[in-house]
Design a protein around this ligand. Structure first.
Ligand code: ZN
Length: 174
């Protein structure tokens, strides 16, 4: 696994003060949520008017759900983060270890478990650590442990192959 440098932003989280940018981001995320809701409503109305489209949609959702559940989740690939939400509460969130911060991982908004508001933007964060220990790397099979051949050994091997080639070419064809 490659090493990732995990970033903090706005620490200590307890003392973080909202910036103008935070207010703007929160407003944008609310607008996006409303637009998505409007699109979903329109889509739902279309599906109700067209049973074939509704069936196709249902199958697609089922396939996606199967695909998602087929991904194995390893604890050592999950990074835990403390995140301060727009409302001021501090929550724990998780992201794939390959991302340097939870926003880069796509965890842009969250529902606050304290004040139960949806779509609160993450305004500050700090890494906690991986959810699980990294397993020991598997031992390479014995064949890979053999030392690489020396140049002399390779030259010998090439010479032997050339000899073999010559012998085969010298054979009368049937
Ligand atoms: Zn809250």
């Amino acid at each position: 696994m490659r090493e990732v440098e995990y970033r903090s932003h706005g620490v200590p989280l307890e003392d973080y003060e909202l910036t103008r940018r935070d207010h703007r981001r929160q407003k944008e995320s609310e607008e996006i949520r409303l637009a998505a809701q409007r699109m979903a409503d329109e889509d739902f109305a279309k599906c109700q008017a067209d049973p074939a489209m509704a069936e196709h949609r249902r199958q697609t959702f089922e396939e996606v759900a199967k695909l998602i559940s087929s991904f194995e989740r390893h604890d050592h690939e999950i990074m835990r983060w403390r995140a301060r939400l727009y409302c001021g509460h501090i929550v724990e969130t998780q992201a794939h270890y390959s991302h340097s911060d939870p926003i880069a991982a796509g965890a842009y908004t969250k529902r606050c478990p304290e004040c139960e508001v949806e779509d609160l933007t993450i305004v500050a964060y700090e890494p906690i650590g991986l959810l699980g220990e990294r397993p020991e790397p598997p031992q390479p099979p014995p064949s890979q442990l053999r030392k690489r051949p020396t140049r002399a050994e390779l030259e010998q091997r090439v010479a032997a192959l050339e000899e073999e080639n010559k012998r085969l070419r010298a054979k009368p064809s049937p």
